[in-house]
Design a protein. Structure first.
Length: 157
């Protein structure tokens, strides 16, 4: 199950922000501000013109009362929610993000993502879990040996 989860995770990375929300955890405001600055807040998908489906999950980067969240929606009743613990612009259009599962198969599982960002689209180039496994390397999903798809910005959450 972890391989499928990690492969699916590799297909995504999106964000959305607004004004600071009271009740956020310490540091969450700075992370939320960075997500907004980088243009990640909102809804993302492989193809925004298609409905939510297994080959086209929706990804949301958003602010909540508990802090910035990365929500991966697989279907009407299936989703994984992750806290966005840190986000950093590395230069040359790359972003380093660390997230932790709050819900889904493995609560507490941490993931480090390196993403390429280009004009309202992003692609995960590298993904490593707290189990030490690399799930995406050089933009290729390790488990399937398929290229990781670009995610398009679909609009606000």
């Amino acid at each position: 199950m972890r391989k499928a989860f990690a492969a699916t995770l590799a297909l995504v990375a999106t964000l959305g922000l607004a004004a600071p929300i009271q009740g956020e955890t310490p540091g969450a405001d700075a992370v939320g501000n960075k997500l907004m600055e980088l243009g990640l807040l909102g809804r993302w998908a492989r193809d925004c013109s298609l409905p939510l489906q297994s080959g086209n999950p929706f990804i949301f980067f958003e602010r909540t009362d508990a802090g910035p969240r990365y929500r991966f929606v697989f279907g009407p009743t299936s989703q994984t929610v992750r806290s966005v613990d840190s986000v950093e612009a590395l230069g040359d259009g790359t972003i380093l993000m660390r997230v932790t599962n709050i819900s889904g198969d493995e609560p507490g599982f941490r993931i480090e993502l390196k993403m390429a960002m280009q004009e309202k689209r992003y692609r995960v180039l590298y993904s490593k879990g707290s189990d030490g496994k690399v799930y995406v390397e050089n933009g290729v999903i390790v488990a399937t040996r398929q290229p990781n798809h670009w995610q398009q910005y679909c609009g606000p959450s």
